[in-house]
Design a protein around this ligand. Sequence first.
Ligand SMILES: [Mg+2]
Length: 274
Amino acid sequence: MNTSADPSGGCGPARSTQWTSSWPTERPGARPVSRRVWLFDLDNTLHDASHAAFGPTSLAMTDYMVEHLALTHEGASDLRQHYWNHYGATLLGLVSRHGVKASHFLEQTHRLPGLEQRLRTSAHDRAVLKRLRGRKYILTNAPRDYAMRVLNTLGLAACFDGVISIEDMTMFGHLRPKPDARMFRYIAARLKVRPSDCVLVEDTLEHQKAARGVGMRTAWMQRYLEGRYRGAPWKPGNEHANNGMNRREVGVHPCRNPPYVYAKIKSIQTLLTL
Ligand SMILES: [Mg+2]
């Protein structure tokens, strides 16, 4: 059952958590009980972002492009989609082609008034996350402030050892968000584990393909995917599948079991058995 954030959830008392350094550091003297590192995507993996955030975020991005690139609304919408298709993230296209400052774009497009009232998770998910052995990190292409708003509102912040947000995914002065394979290798190195010790829990197949390519294991979270995004093959007349197959959509693949997916899950609880 979905409930709003519950202060008595399975991760202990709800508290507002802020990690002061960009990269999580090991606790002094701590001995890990498991070498396994869980890398959790945030949106549409731990909560239903399609309901809570994606619509307003897309509108804000289009409005930003209208204002700063002097485009029509339709032109901005098309260009935003083009950059998503080509770069895997609208931000990367704006930075590389228009010199947009990433921090300004992220701040302007992730204000999302009323977000907290739309967020949902379950006490059960919080309890399972607490039981999951190994280190757990959020790995999101979203900005840190947004990720912390979501985690704190849902009472999930205390379930994780740290948050790796898009601000942390810079190499040699260039943004390298998911699905950049170099970044996946770098993350494992920074966390002092082998890629094979890492499990990426994600709804986006492109990200899993890259992670698997560097040796990570992958769990495809399908709970919040709409029916057309569960590996359904293209069918004539199915405009959703047709559009999806031509775009970097999150769950589109010509077969239902992409070879780089280690496990398909619809519940966080299933991770306890992996
Ligand atoms: Mg996602």
